[in-house]
Design a protein around this ligand. Structure first.
Ligand code: PMP
Length: 387
């Protein structure tokens, strides 16, 4: 091989057909990467002539943000400046909104960013090289195993109960002296059930106080039952609790990537230390502030989604379609081996839903017309889910 040929084979290039196998060393990622599942984002709907397409695959807010958000970001022209790194003004407004000290709030690029900050701060390998453990329910938010694996830790997934709820007894039993963090997801994405205050208090009493317990409340605003856990009340009582909240769902700001954690002073300084600099843009901060300042309008939009939830769940009941209880903006259909056929049926009618292999399908409550079409498709589908 001439030197010019050799120069053309860059590390990582695929050799041309028939060329000798490249012996040039190629960059290799951490072994953990090959074991990580890939994140499958909800797909946009297929375009079908004559039908308005609807995306019911990503648990987004179909009504978008309140008008004040659009006004707040419309004239933004400081894109050449780095953002303010501490989100000071937003943390003041969040603090006022929740009745918590602003210094307990740490913002992130979405609540997923806030979670990654937490894992970066608390999870890695022990002094003897063994990975730290993170206990979480499964199925749950599909980013968990990826974020845990990237942190260097080992995920300990605990199967949900048959009704899609966390098996808290089994989760408490899975905690060992290697466990650094437990993730509670309430309501649980993608299955739906929420945890009650009593369940979480009992769980916290069974878990050592040096284990960080995360209460991921991405869908908190859509809940309507009085007995459900309120992460903010819980963090006030327990120094090892971290609450995750987001502007992506109720506030309709998923595309701007902004969320936050709330935790006590025994935890927040580490979260701040682990936060990548400048990951939360000023644009997102302005939007979040505008949304919180118009919280009544946000609440109206959330209520429209909740009203649609009530209507869709009643429709499913009429059809005899069972589902786990949901206080979120989505419903889980345990369609098993029929999941693919149901997702295809939705595709051919310009609705995108989120299929999870041969386990089931998650459907977001969307615009009223989308929900009506979804119910019509359920009525035509010959294999109802099981529970
Ligand atoms: N937690 C849960 C349970 C979620 O479902 C999601 C989004 N799908 C997130 C966290 C992350 O949301 P974001 O990063 O947009 O705030």
């Amino acid at each position: 091989m001439s030197t010019s040929d050799a120069a053309q084979i860059q590390a990582g290039d695929t050799p041309a057909p028939g060329a000798p196998a490249a012996t040039t060393p190629a960059p290799r990622p951490r072994p953990a990467l090959s074991r990580l599942p890939r994140y499958v984002a909800g797909q946009p709907p297929v375009v079908v002539e004559g039908l308005t397409p609807y995306k019911l695959s990503s648990n987004e807010n179909p009504f978008g943000p309140v008008p004040a958000v659009r006004e707040a970001i419309a004239g933004w022209d400081a894109v050449h400046r780095y953002p303010e790194t501490t989100s000071a003004e937003l943390r003041e407004v969040v603090g006022e909104h929740l009745g918590v000290p602003p210094e307990d709030v740490v913002t992130g690029a979405g609540s997923l960013g806030a979670l990654n900050q937490l894992l970066g701060a608390f999870v890695g390998t022990a002094a003897d090289g063994t990975p730290d453990e993170v206990v979480h329910a499964w199925r749950s938010f599909e980013a968990y195993p990826i974020s845990i694996g990237l942190s260097g830790g080992r995920g300990v997934p605990v199967p949900n109960r048959r009704d899609g709820s966390h098996d808290l007894e089994a989760m408490a039993a899975a905690v060992t002296d290697r466990t650094k963090v437990v993730l509670l997801c309430t309501p649980n994405n993608p299955t739906g059930p929420s945890l009650t205050t009593a369940q979480v208090e009992e769980f916290l009493a069974a878990v050592p106080r040096d284990v960080v317990v995360v209460v991921d409340e991405a869908y908190q605003e859509f809940q309507r039952r009085d007995d459900l856990v309120d992460g903010i009340e819980t963090y006030r009582r327990h120094a090892n609790v971290v609450v995750l909240r987001t502007f992506s769902k109720a506030h309709g700001l998923a595309g701007l990537r902004i969320g936050y954690s709330v935790a006590g002073q025994g935890i927040t300084p580490y979260l701040r230390q682990a936060a990548p600099a400048f990951s939360v843009t000023d644009l997102a901060q302005r939007a979040a502030i505008a949304s919180l300042r118009h919280i009544d309008q946000v609440a109206e939009r959330v209520q429209r989604v909740v009203d649609e939830r009530v209507r869709v769940l009643a429709g499913l009941e009429d059809l005899g379609w069972p589902h786990p209880e949901t206080q979120a903006n989505f419903v889980w259909l345990d369609l098993g081996e029929h999941s693919g056929r149901f997702a295809e049926l939705c595709d051919t009618h310009a609705l995108s839903v989120r299929r999870f292999g041969d386990e089931g399908v998650r459907v977001t409550f969307g615009e009223p017309e989308a929900n009506t079409r979804f119910l019509e498709l359920c009525a035509r589908f010959p294999h109802p889910p099981v529970l």
